[in-house]
Design a protein around this ligand. Structure first.
Ligand code: TXA
Ligand code: MG
Length: 361
């Protein structure tokens, strides 16, 4: 069992940071303790990346297997050489275009980074976040900060301080609350440690933007199991973002998907199951027309015309549906454009790979 803490939440205005609050948090990091903090993607659970003991506390607090490596966060691009080696030219171009921001690069690891960060791999994942609180904290701490998403293992990533508290209350001393995160999905991860750049995880930087700089980017979407170990599949666990409720994903054109969602919802309802629908704003009216007054929970995440709004609201909606105690969640799919690729990736993992393709094939 990890040590017990009375978890404090400290509210910070990202535009007017309190130096005392930042320094208190930085002191905890330097002392080898953990601090949860906002980034532009999701909340992270930070510890000193150079301190093996602090790193092992991160795994313990999350209940995360030690085979799943962490991302190291730095506050300025010139610190990259302090954590990574053999930095290829393409990394400079990526840094210039996307940092600070939701892009993580996997590179050969400097030996001063605690090996536990990388789950024993010779590489390290690094990013410079674009959030004033994250940057101020790393700077004040004076060390790179290892931070996975601040959720319990296999839950959805937290996009508010309350989500962090729900998962980690009593397990960490401090949460810095900077309000809801802007993007809502984790960073895009690109592996630059091999002969050819590979996209390991779609995320906040859209694939279309990456490919402009890396035309030969190899897209490897793999869904693996914990038992597969670190070398085969770091960060590609299939069972992830898993709600308590059974989760089913429906893909196809809008009309077919709406028809399938309504039919399945009514069938499950007739079996006495409580059903939650995870839909887009545009689905609400047509679905209500099909469902009549059947008591079925609907949560619209965002608009099909604005996939950024779907990304922003997705994890909060998953948590809200779980809290509403439904037995089964039925979700629509989204087109793989812009942030839609990352949205689809998270939904497939929430569904543990079960995707229903509906309509014409
Ligand atoms: O947006 C984000 O990236 C957030 C915020 C807090 O920065 N962090 C985040 O961390 O999503 P986490 O731990 O939930 O996901 C990091 C992923 C892991 O799935 C891990 O397997 C992968 O990055 N990863 C870390 N180091 C790696 C490495 N050396 N090689 C391949 N994958 C790596
Ligand atoms: Mg995570």
């Amino acid at each position: 069992m990890p040590e017990f803490f009375t978890t404090r939440i400290v509210h910070l205005d990202p535009q007017a940071l309190s130096p005392e609050a930042v320094n208190d948090a930085a002191t905890l990091i330097r002392e080898g303790q953990l601090v949860a903090f906002p980034t532009e993607t999701v909340y992270g659970l930070g510890g000193n990346a150079l301190d093996e003991k602090a790193v092992s506390k991160i795994f313990a607090a999350k209940g995360r297997p030690a085979t799943d490596p962490l991302i190291v966060h730095i506050e300025s691009w010139d610190r990259l050489t302090e954590v990574a080696l053999e930095i290829p030219r393409i990394a400079d171009d990526l840094v210039e275009k996307f940092w600070p921001g939701p892009l993580t690069m996997v590179l050969p690891r400097q030996s001063r980074v605690a090996p536990g960060v990388s789950a024993g791999l010779p590489t390290v994942a690094v990013r410079m976040p674009a959030h004033p609180i994250a940057l101020a904290l790393i700077k004040a701490a004076g060390v790179p900060i290892a931070a996975p998403s601040a959720n319990r293992f296999a839950h959805s990533s937290p996009t508010t301080a309350q989500h962090v508290l729900d998962d980690l209350s009593g397990r960490i001393p401090l949460i810095l609350d900077g309000g809801p995160t802007q993007i809502g999905l984790e960073s895009t991860i690109v592996d630059l440690s091999g002969p050819r750049p590979r996209l390991l995880r779609p995320g906040g930087v859209p694939l279309e933007a990456l490919v402009q700089l890396i035309p030969d980017l190899e897209v490897v979407t793999r869904y693996a199991k914990v038992e597969d170990g670190p070398v085969i599949a770091p960060g590609m666990l299939l069972k992830h973002y898993a709600p308590r409720a059974e989760f089913n994903l429906f893909e196809g054109n809008d009309d077919d998907v709406r028809a399938a969602l309504a039919e399945e919802a009514l069938r499950l309802r007739a079996e006495g199951k409580r059903v939650g629908l995870l839909i887009a704003e545009e689905d609400r009216v047509p679905l209500r027309a099909k469902l009549g007054d059947a008591p079925i929970t609907m949560i619209a995440v965002g608009s099909l015309a604005d996939l950024d709004s779907v990304a922003h609201g997705l994890f909060a909606a998953l948590r809200a549906l779980d809290d509403s105690d439904v037995d089964v969640i039925l979700s629509r799919g989204y087109p793989p454009l812009g942030l839609g690729l990352a949205i689809g990736d998270r939904l497939v993992r929430a569904a543990e790979g079960r995707v229903n393709h509906v309509g014409r094939t």
